[in-house]
Design a protein around this ligand. Structure first.
Ligand code: AOF
Ligand code: ZN
Length: 373
């Protein structure tokens, strides 16, 4: 760290902050790739800015280099993730930085993709470029949690969102749930959906609420795909998700026991059916589902319930972030609980999370948590 500090100039920290912010613009739209940001400076002035484009290409560095042009020569590049070293559809970003004559590269975080994994930095150093690693690494790590999870664990990261009454209920006994939280909270949720690759619900919620699961109120933006965990594929034929599957992709996770006719019907309607293993309890196995989604390239999932899916993810310790809204109304013991049974016998078995943020939003309270450890 001392060595790092002595080589970091006063403006490096701010420029890396800028690169991190640019990278975050891509969250939700770059999968299977990470959302990276790049800033190029020369003699203290910003000459190029770039971020990973929708679908994951072009990468951030060529975007910034194109803007900088000749002004990149002798300059400094700030990148939130190690420049790539592999030949994909485009040449390695490390080579592009070398060819542009950049003198110094500041990297927040190494890229664990086995095709890169230190290779990008090694290439830059071999070309005589001064490389500094690890500046604002913990922020980059937080931004890259989905990509890191896909590479290291083979599964996307999961944010679980629950919007509850003051007493932890999500609906009245009859299932009335519109609306527990107010418009400000719902708008915030739409923004959060947009920062994820996919919005996910269980089959019960899809049947009961007939949700659209799209992002509304943010203009023309790249929509996250919609995911339903539905073992038997028993969605009503006129469900909104089925009717709109050709506009915004819908993937359905199902068990091996789903009727082949249903698979064919939904596939014809434009949905993608993905088989996932069943757990010992006969329900879709949450770890198996997430592995299938990781293999399909997803990095960030926003799960909006219902109670059974949410409980199964929590029970399997697969929830990375919790987003809760608490509304100022009480529904009592007859209301529907936000979570199904977790099978907890002792307090020590309860999944615990660390508080990141609390905020008042309209008349509701937002709270965000991350998994402990
Ligand atoms: C960068 N800058 O902006 C991103 C990088 O399939 P490809 O060829 O696009 O390569 C994908 C890999 O490239 C991905 O797994 C990750 O290692 C890296 N992503 N690298 O230099 C970027 N998005
Ligand atoms: Zn690259």
């Amino acid at each position: 760290m001392n060595q790092l500090n002595s080589r970091v100039l006063a403006q490096d920290d701010a420029m890396m902050g800028h690169a991190l912010a640019l990278g975050r613009r891509g969250l939700g739209s770059t999968w299977p790739n990470p959302a990276v940001g790049c800033v190029i400076t020369n003699q203290g002035r910003v000459v190029g800015r770039g971020w990973t484009q929708p679908g994951g290409r072009p990468h951030a560095e060529p975007m910034a280099l194109a803007q900088a042009g000749e002004r990149a020569r002798g300059g400094t590049a700030y990148v939130s993730l190690e420049p790539c070293a592999h030949h994909g559809k485009t040449p390695p970003c490390a080579d592009a930085l070398i060819a542009a004559g950049v003198a110094r590269v500041v990297v927040a975080l190494g890229d664990p993709d086995p095709r890169v994994d230190g290779g990008g930095i090694a290439r830059l150093r071999a070309a005589g470029i001064d490389v500094i690693e690890g500046l604002r690494a913990s922020e980059a790590e937080a931004d890259q949690i989905g990509f890191l999870s896909r590479i290291r664990l083979g599964r996307p990261m999961v944010t679980l969102k629950l919007a509850n009454s003051f007493d932890g209920r999500i609906a009245t006994a009859s299932g009335e749930s519109r609306w527990i939280t107010g418009p400000a909270a719902r708008h915030w949720v739409h923004g959060e959906r947009a920062c994820h690759d996919a919005v996910m619900v269980g089959g019960g919620t899809a049947r009961a609420d007939d949700p659209s699961l799209n992002v509304r109120g943010f203009g023309e933006i790249a929509q996250p795909l919609r995911l339903v965990a539905c073992r038997r594929l028993d969605l009503p034929k006129d469900a909104a998700l089925i009717r709109t599957a050709r506009d915004i992709p819908v993937w359905v996770l199902h068990g091996a026991d789903a009727a082949p006719d249903r698979v064919a019907e939904l596939t014809d309607a434009g949905l993608r059916c993905i088989e996932a293993p069943l757990g010992r309890d006969g329900h879709l196995d949450p770890a198996g589902m997430l592995q299938a989604l990781g293999a399909a390239g997803l990095t960030r999932i926003f799960c909006e319930g219902g109670g059974a899916l949410a409980a199964s993810l929590l029970q399997a310790d697969l929830v990375d972030h919790l987003v809760g809204f608490t509304a100022g109304l009480a529904l009592g013991a007859e209301g529907r609980p936000s979570l199904g049974p977790l099978g907890i016998a002792a307090l020590s078995e309860a999944p615990r999370f660390t508080l990141i943020e609390t905020r008042a939003l309209g008349g509701d309270v937002l709270h965000r948590w991350k998994r402990q450890g």
